[in-house]
Design a protein. Structure first.
Length: 371
């Protein structure tokens, strides 16, 4: 960009025999012959773009952490519901053993085992109640609220863990990497460093400055008619960095080194991003299969629990079979709940690895150091 400073001045002088008055205007223009100023502007634009991408990275992390906290909240609430359901099952089993003991069909050992199973399960409930409160407070912090304000929200009401969509793309385009804020930050850094190389190289060449001056001078001697003169001058100055060649060469080498470093950083960032995308996509697919299979296992263990309870009630099975069935049913129920949590977290991780789908502004024009 050319520099065009302008100066104006007036002067009036009076003596016994002469009266003089003048007006002057001067301007200078520094043309950007070798593109140093233009590249400096592009470097600043790339820096601004990198700062915006860094801001989007903070927003993306905050959104992903909030979603993960919401999933953990629903997981803890579902875990409480599982424990509550199994508590009722074991309470009915305890009542059944006490009734059979009353009629001489059971032993004190069966009653003691049933009480132990019930109390062991009840001891787990406070831990998940505390986990629910922790996640509510965490969501409040992420959303800029106080922990007390979350109690009035619908989050306090238990809900199922949200399940991701069944359709997952088998291959994801590499263009999706440009939506990642960290990739865009690294890309903007490369553009900034490349432009800075051009700025450093432009310092090897001379700088030109065009100076223009114009003015008007009026003089009057001893009351004679006023004489006026037009004053105009033009000069072209050139400044060459003859004695700064070593410093300029060192600056060029340093800027080129920083550019190569930023290029390696961009390459590593993109490779890491591709790995994260593929890993998270694989986790999402395998998580869906795991949820389906554990759902079938839970149905089978529930059926086994009902059969063992009926057989024990009719005296055709021991209470140990009921205890084993209760443990299997609780284990499968908790495993399914955990699998749903991991499946949902995999979807959040994939969303984060794809950049979260931000609406991005236009990209900064790439700058080559050779320019």
């Amino acid at each position: 960009m050319p520099v065009l400073p302008t100066h104006a001045r007036t002067r009036r002088r009076r003596s016994a025999t002469c009266v003089r008055a003048g007006f002057g205007l001067s301007a200078s223009w520094t043309p950007d012959v070798f593109g140093g100023e233009r590249l400096a502007v592009l470097a600043a634009q790339a820096q601004v773009s990198g700062r915006e991408a860094s801001l989007n990275q903070v927003r993306l992390v905050l959104a992903a952490n909030t979603a993960a906290a919401y999933i953990d909240l629903r997981w803890a609430q579902s875990q409480l519901q599982i424990l509550s359901d199994n508590e009722q099952i074991r309470a009915r089993a305890l009542k059944l053993t006490q009734e059979r003991l009353h009629f001489g069909l059971s032993t004190q050992l069966d009653v003691a085992r049933a009480q132990n199973q019930l109390q062991d399960l009840q001891a787990q409930i406070p831990r998940f109640q505390s986990a629910v409160q922790h996640q509510l407070s965490l969501i409040a912090v992420y959303s800029g609220r106080t922990p007390e304000s979350v109690d009035g929200l619908l989050l306090a009401n238990a809900r199922e863990i949200p399940l991701p969509a069944q359709s997952v793309p088998q291959m994801l385009p590499s263009e999706a990497l440009l939506k990642r804020p960290d990739v865009r930050t690294a890309y903007a850094t490369v553009e900034q460093r490349a432009a800075e190389v051009g700025v450093s190289r432009a310092q090897r060449y001379p700088q030109f400055r065009l100076n223009l001056a114009d003015g008007l001078l009026a003089s009057s001697y001893l009351g004679l008619p006023t004489l006026t003169d037009n004053l105009f001058s033009a000069a072209l100055n050139a400044t060459s960095p003859i004695f700064n060649a070593g410093r300029i060469t060192a600056n060029i080498d340093a800027s080129e080194s920083r550019m190569r470093e930023s290029q390696l950083g961009l390459q590593q960032t993109m490779l890491q991003a591709l790995k994260e995308i593929e890993d998270n996509r694989s986790d999402l697919v395998s998580g869906s299969v795991q949820v389906q299979r554990l759902g079938g296992a839970l149905d089978a263990s529930g059926h086994a629990l009902r059969l063992s309870t009926e057989l024990y009630k009719n005296g055709a099975s021991s209470f140990l079979d009921v205890l084993d069935a209760q443990e299997a049913y609780l284990r499968d129920d908790e495993s399914l709940n955990q699998a749903k949590r991991e499946h949902a977290l995999a979807a959040v991780a994939l969303y984060r690895s794809l950049g979260g789908g931000w609406d991005l502004p236009g990209t900064v024009t790439a700058v080559s150091a050779n320019n």
